[in-house]
Write a protein that binds this ligand. Structure first.
Ligand code: HEM
Length: 470
């Protein structure tokens, strides 16, 4: 896809009305330095960007003594995440924050271990495998709308958290988020929205062992999480030892390495912890922002409801069936562009390199920010406007340099098709039953911590659609 096709393609019917420009944090006129930037980043990781970030494709910087490079140039992104990826690794800050809940699962491993794990897990995420999970997503969508029945308003941030955890628990373990699942949901929420936030020690650490004492609370909460995940696995193995396929745990238990060996128990647990942690918070954020944008843009909401009602969620049997909802998919893609749930990706150089003419030395940090790239004035037409039609005619936007909500290269999100199918079905389920609007008119501003969430959890009003029909 080239720069031209990234331009917004507005149908004539909509051209007359001005597009929605949804809320975003203030962009600083001048670059923030060191403590000013650190303070802004601890409050909101996307709150430190200045105007130059949205106009410049490569920005060398020094932050608290650490040299780094912001890479927004698509060729540079392609190099760091693709051809040159062997010269980089995930920075230790990421492992400080996430290892307690993902262990040595796919997200944090590197080198040969990562290659072996990715190969073993890939079959569980092919389109064919995701298709077998559709009944789980439909059941989670049904549970979502049942839970909202008789409510005329709801905190949809919380609703989507519950629904996406429910969907991933069903997909992993064939069980719902009730009972033990609710306990897991609470630990995950406490961790991802509390302990996982970047603190000053994370920013000052220069090696994996620095400020280890500050990690204790994360380790304690992480141990509770891993124990709860392990208990769910044991419970399923004891209850149904002879199960024949049907969920992700079956795929993990059936996975074999190159020597034909099953994955060790601890690795199965770490991969389940990884899928739960990586899978539910991100997707729930996507759904929250999509609902918010549709509440602010009722005309688009009405149009997508029409396509959903013409092919209701309970009719979905295959991934192909989802092509009955092209505008729903485009709304989700445009939401991923404007509010990428994973707004920043970092890499630490482990070898000399050159990126678009900029020299990189071992230890330098590369920052690739989907938030910045997706709103870059040199890469997008009307970058801050909500224009879902720009994605309507693109069957496969993945791998597009300026659109990287799921990352790129070999370490692109393994759960991308899973997340897209799940979010189409959950959003479709909600909108097939309710018209959503904001209960108040205060803007909701994105705040980037471990994921891109809202600065407050607003109530949405819900109107059952049967009442709005003539
Ligand atoms: C809207 C939802 C999602 C978004 C925006 C998202 C985003 C991302 C991004 C940007 C990366 C790459 C990070 C990097 O390169 O530094 C990633 C990796 C990953 N994601 Fe997702 N993700 C989503 C849903 C999921 C789901 C549903 C699962 C699993 C069920 C999942 C599992 C993973 C795993 C295991 C990795 C690490 C892959 C590797 O390193 O080989 N994600 N995700």
């Amino acid at each position: 896809m080239d720069a031209q096709v990234l331009a917004a393609e507005k149908p004539d019917a909509l051209a007359a009305s001005a597009p929605l420009i949804p809320p975003a944090p203030k962009v600083h006129a001048k670059d923030l330095k060191n403590l000013g930037a650190a303070w802004a980043m601890m409050r909101n990781m996307i709150g430190a960007w200045s105007e130059s970030g949205f106009d410049t494709l490569m920005i060398p910087y020094r932050f608290l003594g650490q040299p780094g490079l912001v890479v927004s140039d698509p060729a540079g992104v392609r190099h760091v995440l693709g051809a040159g990826a062997a010269r980089y690794r995930r920075p230790y800050q990421m492992s400080r924050i996430l290892r307690p809940i993902v262990g040595d699962g796919l997200l944090l491993t590197d080198g040969e271990t990562w290659r072996r794990q990715r190969k073993a897990l890939a079959p569980a995420f092919t389109p064919k495998a995701v298709e077998t999970l559709l009944p789980h997503f439909i059941a989670a969508g049904q549970a979502l709308t049942d839970g909202l029945a008789d409510h005329d308003r709801a905190n949809l941030s919380e609703t989507f958290h519950r629904a996406t955890l429910d969907a991933v628990l069903r997909a992993l373990f064939s069980r719902s988020a009730l009972g033990e699942g609710a306990h897991l949901a609470q630990i995950a929420r406490d961790y991802l929205q509390g302990r996982a936030n970047v603190n000053l020690f994370d920013l000052l650490a220069r090696g994996p062992d620095d400020f280890g004492f500050a990690e204790r609370p994360r380790r304690i909460q992480g141990a509770r999480w891993m124990a709860a995940v392990g208990a769910l696995i044991d419970e399923r193995k004891t209850a149904e030892p002879q199960r024949q396929g049907g969920d992700l745990l079956d795929s993990l238990l059936a996975a074999r390495d190159e020597d034909g060996q099953a994955l060790p128990d601890i690795e199965v647990r770490d991969q389940c912890g990884t899928m739960l942690a990586a899978g539910f918070e991100t997707t729930s954020r996507l759904l929250f922002w999509a609902a918010y944008l549709l509440a602010l843009d009722p005309k688009t909401q009405t149009r997508i409801r029409a396509e959903i009602l013409a092919f209701p969620p309970d009719k979905i049997r295959t991934l192909d069936d989802l092509s009955a909802w092209p505008l729903t998919r485009s709304v989700l893609l445009e939401t991923l562009r404007l509010y990428p749930p994973a707004p920043t990706m970092s890499r630490e150089a482990i070898a000399e390199d050159e990126v678009q003419g900029h020299r990189v030395s071992p230890g330098d940090v590369i920052t690739i920010s989907p938030w910045l790239i997706h709103r870059h004035r040199k890469l997008w037409d009307q970058p801050t406007a909500f224009l879902p039609e720009r994605f309507l005619n693109h069957s496969s936007p993945w791998g597009v340099d300026a659109f990287i909500p799921f990352g790129a290269g070999a370490r692109i999100c393994i759960g991308a098709s899973f997340a897209m199918a799940e979010s189409q079905i959950l959003l479709g389920s909600l909108l097939s039953q309710f018209k959503v609007a904001m209960a108040d008119d205060r803007p909701v501003v994105p705040v980037a911590k471990i994921s891109l969430g809202p600065d407050r959890e607003p109530d949405f009003t819900l109107t059952p659609i049967t009442q709005t029909r003539p």
